[in-house]
Design a protein around this ligand. Structure first.
Ligand code: PBG
Length: 331
């Protein structure tokens, strides 16, 4: 390519319409997936302090929000269930209850907003009394093979309630195959698995744990972190092997989590495998922007938009973000 003065990059930056004309990546409302936290009861909206603008909602209010999201063109919601501590147990059995809070939420949302997709987050940490993502071994670590069997059951429970997509977020080995087999055996061959294929043991999940009430620590012998199942943030090659394993086991779509600090992983996953790839812009990433904006240090809407565009540039087919509703309004 010939150089200056033949070429001047600034020529195509001189006017807004021209910048629009040569813009390479765009954010659409169809790129956004909105997470919802469900809680029991009626007509109750409980704000989550560390996630400004996000609340735990009872199924009736979640249905209203779902309708708004559908009307704005958001394609799908990602559902999490929060239950009172006294209902939790060692294996997280409320996850199997066909009338649990997520199943209630799915039904209410389906009625109010039949055209929005429902992704069920599949994990046990919201249902176990120790907060880990599956039943424990005698050494206080998560029992892999018992967990994947239980995940299959929970997946079928969600699909029976009407979940359109199952998104396992536990990071057990072999779980995609176990979930696929369980779904197929129960007649849900058509329900896709959107796997959190590369999920890192990240400190950016802090506000979520407040939101979902899944802090660790209730059992003295239980491990105090999730580093034996979630990935070490230092590892790239291992992330690609995790993704490969999930694809081989039948994953239809992939999630990389967290998002912004792991854009290199997002990029490589999309380049290497080409499956629909999503980033989870997690609670801590969202909270950082909200906090800086609340202090007047940055412009919230511009930085949020710029963040979303970085995901598009890295190759994402979509972004799971707590800012989805705000962004949709602007788009
Ligand atoms: C666990 C789960 C977590 C998040 C989503 N699902 C927390 C964890 O792994 O400890 C975090 C999401 C966020 O921080 O926004 N099933």
């Amino acid at each position: 390519m010939s150089q200056f003065p033949t070429h001047r990059m600034r020529r195509l930056r001189s006017k807004q319409w021209l910048r629009d004309m040569v813009q390479e990546h765009r954010l659409s409302v169809k790129d956004l997936i909105y997470p919802l936290f469900l809680q029991e009861g009626t007509n109750t909206d409980t704000p989550i302090k560390s996630l400004p603008g996000v609340s735990r909602l009872t199924p009736d209010l979640a249905a209203n929000t779902a309708k708004q999201a559908q009307d704005m063109g958001i394609p799908a919601l990602l559902l999490f269930g929060i239950i009172p501590d006294e209902q939790k147990d060692e294996i997280g059995s409320p996850a199997f209850d066909p009338n649990n809070i997520v199943c209630q939420g799915i039904k209410a949302i389906k009625e109010a907003a039949p055209d929005i997709g429902i992704i069920g987050d599949l994990c046990f940490c919201e249902y176990t009394d120790h907060g880990h993502c599956g039943p424990l071994t005698e050494h206080g670590d998560v029992d892999n093979d018992a967990t994947i069997e239980n995940l299959g059951k929970q997946a079928v429970n969600l699909a029976q309630a009407g979940a359109d997509i199952i998104a396992p977020s536990d990071m057990m080995d072999g779980r995609v195959a176990a979930i696929r087999a369980a779904l197929d055996a129960a007649g849900f061959q058509h329900v896709p698995v959107m796997s959190y294929a590369a999920k890192f043991a990240s400190s950016f999940y802090g506000p979520f744990r407040e939101a979902a009430g899944c802090a660790l620590g209730a059992y003295p012998h239980a491990l105090k972190d999730r580093k034996t199942y979630q990935m070490n943030p230092t590892n790239t090659q291992e992330a690609l092997r995790e993704v490969e394993a999930d694809i081989a086991e039948g994953a239809d779509m992939l999630i990389v989590k967290p998002g912004l600090p792991y854009l290199d992983i997002v990029y490589q996953v999309k380049q290497n495998y080409g499956l629909p790839t999503f980033a989870y812009h997690v609670s801590g990433e969202y909270a950082m922007l909200k906090a800086a904006a609340a202090n007047g240090w940055i412009d919230e809407s511009l930085t949020m938009m710029e963040t979303m565009l970085s995901f598009k540039r890295a190759g994402c087919d979509g972004i799971i973000t707590y800012a989805a509703m705000d962004l949709a309004q602007k788009l």
